[in-house]
Write a protein that binds this ligand. Sequence first.
Ligand code: ZN
Length: 118
Amino acid sequence: MEGPVEMNKNVCLICGYNELEEIPYYSYFAGSNEICPCCGFEFGVDDFDCDEFDHEGLTDQEIVEKSHIIWRKHWIENGLELFNPQIFSPEFRNGKFLKRDYLEIQMKKNLGLDFNDI
Ligand SMILES: [Zn+2]
């Protein structure tokens, strides 16, 4: 990054929303317990409580990463329902759902993820 502006670290690791109040994880994967207003993931809860895979033998990092992939997939499959639609400008959403075009841009820009690779 150039210049005095620090890159925003308060980025949701699932959807790329970049205006979280806190960073998603502190040391040792201690979650912030903030719920992303975009995808609805709660850091520190929806990762370690995710029961869609066996956590045994996995590191905290592996559990966290796996839960993110699962949440993202479900969220996309379910049509990108916004947890808190009111804070999103109507141009970025269809009612309570985020527009897919906007998600693609958000994920690319803030997470470096290509929507088509997910
Ligand atoms: Zn999110």
